[in-house]
Design a binder for this molecule. Structure first.
Ligand SMILES: *Cc1c(COP(=O)(O)O)cnc(C)c1O
Length: 375
């Protein structure tokens, strides 16, 4: 059998799990987010290996579709994004660490400067090197994490950055996925006030959920991450994004358990009546959350088996998950696929069944899977 050149990881027939990443859906998601803000450009946030989907594949797909700007968190991610998109603008959100200036020059990366000290260092470094790389300045409008405070940014103003190459002013929402949260309006007002002190700069505020807060959140450049990868930017409402991630495990064994039998570590799940159990070749060492386990008091995650939605049975263990397939078709066999994520079992489902955020589920997608990229 010849290997799919787009694949990575072990050959699918030898792998415990097969992860499928739909680059066509990713690009469609980027286009639909961009279309929500016709006056703005749409960047792509590809930190953490493009939320686990593989920066080397997602960045070229998005660049071909017309995405000109990428955001990463680390310099090393920036280097990988640069190798995948030669002409794009690539910003490094975690900003300028001491002695990293040359790495920015080498890969033509743009630091997101988050303090007066970083701004001063970038001004001195670029002047001494005679390089002109446009940076961004991050203003903290409520997160209290990175960035200049609002009064500090207004006091600095555009005049205070003369000599330091900067062209983008950005801030980050605290709770954009909660449209009713009054902190959104406070951040919108604060960001608008700061922008007045930087009249010639571009502005960027909206993450995925921020895109759905309306035109006042859009400014010049959208910065979605999660929604590109199929995550729901509007929790509680129907997900407007296409699913990007598919995850299939395989059935290793099928067995019947009888009323009162328990399944898995610590005997947390008890069969009620005679139940058929399929044991699947994926576990928490693959990055599947152990917190999605089922017990007598807790439902846990579901899997799709032969077109039927089936609940987990007992603990997710390191390399295995047991699924109650009693309601699934009877002709299941060893080696048959079981979907742990697909259009019916979303990233958000896995996350909520585990009490986690979908961001964690995506960024934990494991290295043991065979990875297939489809378009
Ligand atoms: C991660 C991140 C984003 C993307 O946020 P999503 O909620 O994934 O769309 C945007 N901006 C900053 C500063 C980030 O850290």
């Amino acid at each position: 059998m010849t290997r799919d050149p787009a694949a990575s990881g072990p050959p699918p027939e030898e792998a415990g799990g097969v992860l499928t990443i739909d680059l066509g859906a990713l690009v469609a998601n980027w286009k639909s987010l961009a279309a929500k803000a016709p006056g703005a450009a749409c960047a792509a946030v590809v930190k953490a290996d493009a939320y686990g989907t593989g920066i080397d594949r997602t960045v070229p797909a998005l660049a071909r579709a017309g995405c000109r700007t990428f955001f990463v968190a680390h310099l090393s991610e920036g280097a990988r994004a640069r190798a995948a998109a030669h002409d794009a603008d690539i910003y490094v959100l975690n900003g300028l660490l001491p002695r990293t200036g040359q790495a920015y020059v080498r890969d033509r990366l743009r630091p997101v400067l988050g303090s007066a000290q970083e701004i001063a260092e970038w001004a001195a470094f670029t002047a001494a090197e005679g390089v002109r790389i446009e940076a961004a300045v991050h203003v903290d409008t409520g997160m209290n994490r990175l960035g200049l405070s609002v009064p500090e940014a207004i006091a600095t103003g555009e005049a205070g950055l003369r000599g330091c190459p900067v062209n983008l002013l950005m801030s980050h929402f605290v709770s954009a996925e909660e449209p009713e949260n009054p902190i959104n309006a406070r951040q919108l007002d604060a960001f608008a006030a700061v922008r007045r002190a930087f009249p010639s700069f571009q502005g960027s505020l909206a993450n995925s959920s921020g895109v759905f807060l309306g035109a006042s959140a859009h400014h010049d450049l959208l910065r979605p991450g999660y929604a590109l990868y199929g995550g729901n930017p509007q929790p509680g409402a129907a997900n407007p994004m296409l699913p990007v991630i598919g995850l299939e495990g395989r059935i290793l064994q099928l067995r019947w358990v009888e009323d009162g039998d328990t399944v898995g570590y610590n005997a947390t799940w008890t069969a009620r009546g005679s139940r058929r159990i399929a044991v699947i070749s994926v576990g928490y060492a693959d990055g599947f959350p152990r917190a999605a386990s089922a017990s007598d008091g807790r439902h846990g995650a579901d899997a799709m088996v032969g077109g039927v939605r089936c609940p987990f049975a007992g603990r997710v263990s390191m390399d295995l998950i047991a699924v109650d397939v009693t309601e699934a078709p009877r002709d299941l066999g060893r080696g048959d696929p079981v979907s742990l994520m697909d259009p019916a079992i979303s990233v958000d489902h896995v996350a909520s069944s585990a009490g986690m955020s979908g961001y964690e589920v995506l960024t934990s997608l494991g290295r043991r899977y065979a990875r297939r990229y489809v378009d």
